[in-house]
Design a protein. Structure first.
Length: 237
């Protein structure tokens, strides 16, 4: 964690760029995990039978996974996609009933979630106010508002952004979110570009071109981590 002055030309110390899913897999191994926003409604049908669905990858490593999502596609009695996981229909702003029902968790994962919700501060502060979560590790991943791939395609009059995204975050804005929410210990790590939905939809030359573009962008992300695809924010609640 770096203490920032928020000066325009301030030098930022950044961790090495990592692969997002592999980082999370290592963090949740043999743990009881609360997986927030896990259903991935807009891409569930596409990803669920592949290795690109984060909830599936977490379930393969964790001891137990309690998924939480407010998607209308989740039945009222929940889903049990894997033997050690369940997905409950619940608002991520109101997690106390889930904590009371399922007991202690070791790690909370919010993968690509905060850019979809209207009030990130309320979400963070609500987690901080749950006494039984004190000391629990919270792992948030979110796209980078300063990502190099958007700069590249922006030169051709394009922008890559999901239709449900309500916000973009940079290193400093995520740092500010932690300060305003009252946290004292956190770490930011950049992660590489990877386009799973495009990979699953493309074939032949299109897929080959996508992989070449990913590798090209990944090189820049390794050299200039502040321009990486997204951020992994690890907070001690």
């Amino acid at each position: 964690m770096q203490t920032l002055k928020y000066e325009p030309l301030e030098k930022i110390k950044v961790n090495r760029t990592v692969k997002r899913i592999e980082y999370i897999e290592k963090a949740v191994e043999n743990k009881v995990v609360l997986d927030l926003g896990c259903f991935d409604e807009t891409a569930f049908k596409l990803k669920s039978n592949s290795d690109y669905w984060l909830h599936k990858r977490i379930a393969a490593k964790a001891k137990q996974v309690i998924g939480v999502d407010n998607s209308s596609l989740i039945p009222e009695d929940g889903l049990a996609p894997f033997k050690n996981s369940i997905i409950i229909k619940q608002d991520v702003y109101d997690l106390l009933p889930i904590i009371k029902k399922y007991g202690k968790v070791d790690t909370i994962v919010a993968g690509e979630l905060i850019e979809h919700i209207p009030d990130v501060q309320l979400f963070l502060k609500n987690l901080k106010q749950i006494d039984s979560l004190k000391g629990v590790e919270l792992i948030i991943t979110t796209p980078n508002g300063c990502a190099v791939h958007n700069f590249i395609i922006g030169m051709f009059g394009m922008e890559s952004n999901h239709e449900d995204h309500l916000g973009n975050f940079s290193y400093k804005t995520l740092n500010t979110q932690c300060i305003k929410a009252g946290f004292f210990e956190w770490e930011l790590t950049p992660y590489y570009s990877f386009f799973p939905e495009m990979r699953l939809k493309s074939k032949g030359l299109g897929k080959f071109s996508l992989v070449v573009f990913e590798n090209f962008v990944n090189f820049f992300e390794s050299v200039f981590p502040l321009l990486s695809f997204g951020w992994i924010l690890k907070i001690k609640i």
